[in-house]
Structure formats: structure tokens, C-alpha cells
Design a protein around this ligand. Structure first.
Ligand code: SAH
Length: 340
């Protein structure tokens, strides 16, 4: 039985028409689920008994379960249990421009980036769209506030779960539903070229972020196995077509790993590589984890790296840090739970 939170409005409309009911029923259901936040069918007024019975027999209204919450002042971390017992996590961050949430897209991840905690557990399965949607609903219910921005940067590689990712994007972007604007949604990928190619042909203005983390193939291959499949020349070629096609600026994520990718020469090499590309670079201070040997670059070196990019006219920021006190680096909360 498919979960009711897995349907785009259009699909739900088609469904009601197909059973001889009115298209408008879909809007009504969306209104209950996403505006009034009612998931108990009995509380859905204005819906006839026979439709209610139909819904109960044909759809699942089940929700994932919040099992652990950790908080610090500007960050909250949530561990969820899915209906089959698998666990994923999401992170909520308070910014001056609003509230953002970082959602997971898979249970585990197959990309195997050496520095990343999430990838230590191989992919168990993709998340269904409803499981990503519900991360937002449950967190909004918890904080009793509306989330303004969504980043798909939690556990998983979104472009390795493309169809469910896009279904999720359409559901949360729907004006009659949660209505998060596409410009407030960012999808981050380690660089799966076929995914980027599909993504540039989608409607809407969803942002794209690329986890680059290295100025050249040699270093990238040491830390990201995917770089052996897609080299940087091919990646940059597709990024250029993405920018040409969408007219949108992309984000380049660059984790600062001590002694690995953070030298002055590498900053210069990166600047050359990025010259003329409509992008901005987000330098990410690495969150060290117990299980992985990499160390965080010292702040003074991060500043040097930053200055070099700046001088070469590259747009660059250093990511503000959230929640290292509550183990908010990707994958860490989950990793600390005994179910692994
Ligand atoms: N697979 C996608 C989505 C996950 S994004 C991608 O690779 O883009 C998660 C982001 O957090 C990536 O940029 C990843 O490289 C980064 N990240 C992973 N582990 C981290 C850590 N310990 N500290 C800081 N950033 C980390």
C-alpha cells in the first residue's frame, strides 16, 4: 500500500479522477496533510464516509518515528526510525535568514568518500519520497515553526536515488502543500554526471551543490572513489552546460582536510580550475570523527586558502559551524546509536 505522503498533487488528482471522484479531492487531502497537518482521516471534515473508507483501504497514512533528538542553541539533530526499523537522521539549523533542514536521501551510502561518516555504512536502500517529506513534517511539528530552506546533504547520494529525490522536491515545492520555494531547496551531489545531466532539464529553480573537495583528479581520487569514474574535466564540462542551460550559479563544497587538500598551491590550482565558472565556493571546516583519521585544517590555514581564492576573484565563504557539540557532522548521530 503506497503512503499518502508519497504522492505529488498531480498524481493524487489523477488517482481521484481514475476512481470516478473529483480532481478537487486531491487539493482537499493536500490541505489536510500539509496545511492543517492532519494525518488522522477521522479528523478530515468535509470528506464523505465512503471516500474515507476508500482512503483507509488503499493508502498508508503511517509516519516515520522520531526516536532521538539532540540540541544545541542553533542546531537540533534528529534520529528517525523508518517503518522497517532502519534509521536515518536530519539536522535543523537556525540562521539569520530562516530555518534550514538537512535531510537524508538514503539509508547508508555507496559513494564511499573516505572522510565521510555516512559512507561507512553501505547503502541499505533508497528512501522513498514520503520518508524524506516526513523528515520535514516531523521536525516542523517538533519546533512548531516553519522551515524555510531545505538542503539534501544528509546521509546518502541524492542522484543515486534520482526519481524519489525529484518526487520529494515536487511534493514539498507544491504551493498547495508545504510550499517551499525551489530557490530555497539545494541538492548536493558528489558529482554523478548522469544525475546532473537530468537535473539541468528539470523545471524549476532548485539549487545544485557539488562536493568537489579537491583541486585535481589525483587528490580527488584519493578521497572520493567516484572521481575514478568521472574525472574533473568531464565534471566541469557538464557543470558548464548546467550553468549555460539554467543560468544558475552553483555551489562548490570544499572540505578542508589537514595536509590533504588545503595547501596554498592547491588553493591556487583550485582558483585556476574555477576561473570563469559561475559558482561560489563554500569552504567547510572538517568535523573530525572518532572512526576516521582525517584532521581539520587549522583556522589560520583555512583563512590563507580563503584569501587566495578571494584575491583571484572567486566568490568564497567559510561555512559557519553548527553543532559539533551535538555531533552534528553528517552521519555522526546515527553512528553513535547502537543499532549499527
Ligand atoms: N552525497 C552528497 C550529499 C551528502 S552532502 C554529496 O556528497 O554532496 C554531505 C556534505 O557534507 C558533503 O559535502 C560532504 O562531503 C560533507 N561532509 C561529509 N562528512 C563531513 C564531515 N565530517 N565534516 C564536514 N563535512 C562533511
Amino acid at each position: 500500500m503506497r503512503n499518502i505522503y508519497d504522492f505529488t498533487l498531480k498524481e493524487l488528482e489523477d488517482y481521484f479522477v481514475s476512481i470516478g471522484d473529483k480532481k478537487f479531492r486531491a487539493t482537499q487531502i493536500y490541505d489536510f496533510l500539509y496545511k492543517k497537518r492532519i494525518s488522522d482521516i477521522e479528523q478530515m471534515s468535509n470528506i464523505s464516509k465512503s471516500i474515507k473508507e476508500h482512503l483507509i483501504t488503499n493508502f498508508s497514512f503511517d509516519k516515520i518515528k522520531l526516536i532521538v533528538k539532540q540540541e544545541d542553541k542553533d542546531v537540533k539533530k534528529y534520529l528517525f526510525e523508518l517503518l522497517d526499523g532502519q534509521r536515518i537522521e536530519s539536522v535543523l539549523m537556525y540562521h539569520d535568514y530562516g530555518i534550514s533542514i538537512c535531510v537524508s536521501s538514503q539509508v547508508g551510502c555507496n559513494m564511499g568518500c573516505k572522510f565521510c561518516e555516512s559512507g561507512r555504512l553501505k547503502k541499505v536502500r533508497n528512501l522513498e519520497a514520503y520518508e524524506i517529506v516526513q523528515q520535514i513534517l516531523l521536525i516542523e511539528e517538533d519546533i512548531k515553526e516553519r522551515i524555510s530552506h531545505v538542503v539534501v546533504m544528509g546521509i546518502g547520494e541524492p542522484f543515486d536515488n534520482y526519481d524519489n529525490l525529484m518526487r520529494f522536491v515536487r511534493i514539498i515545492n507544491e504551493g498547495k502543500g508545504i510550499a517551499i520555494g525551489s530557490r530555497h531547496i539545494t541538492v548536493s551531489t558528489c558529482g554523478l554526471i548522469p544525475g546532473i545531466e537530468r537535473f539541468m532539464n528539470e523545471e524549476g529553480q532548485v539549487n545544485l551543490a557539488i562536493s568537489l573537495h579537491a583541486p585535481n583528479d589525483e587528490i580527488r581520487r584519493q578521497i572520493m572513489p567516484i572521481a575514478k569514474v568521472y574525472d574533473m574535466d568531464s565534471l566541469f564540462e557538464v557543470l558548464k552546460s548546467y550553468i549555460d542551460k539554467t543560468n544558475r550559479r552553483i555551489t562548490i563544497e570544499y572540505i578542508m582536510l589537514d595536509g590533504i587538500n588545503d595547501s596554498v598551491e592547491m588553493a591556487q590550482e583550485l582558483a585556476v580550475r574555477l576561473k570563469g565558472l559561475n559558482c561560489y565556493v563554500n569552504l567547510i571546516p572538517y568535523n573530525e570523527t572518532e572512526n576516521i583519521g582525517y584532521k581539520r585544517t587549522k583556522s589560520s590555514q583555512i583563512m590563507k586558502f580563503y584569501d587566495i581564492l578571494k584575491k583571484k576573484n572567486i566568490n568564497v565563504t567559510i561555512r559557519r559551524e553548527f553543532g559539533s557539540k551535538v555531533d552534528a557532522a553528517c552521519g555522526q548521530l546515527r553512528a553513535n546509536q547502537s543499532s549499527n
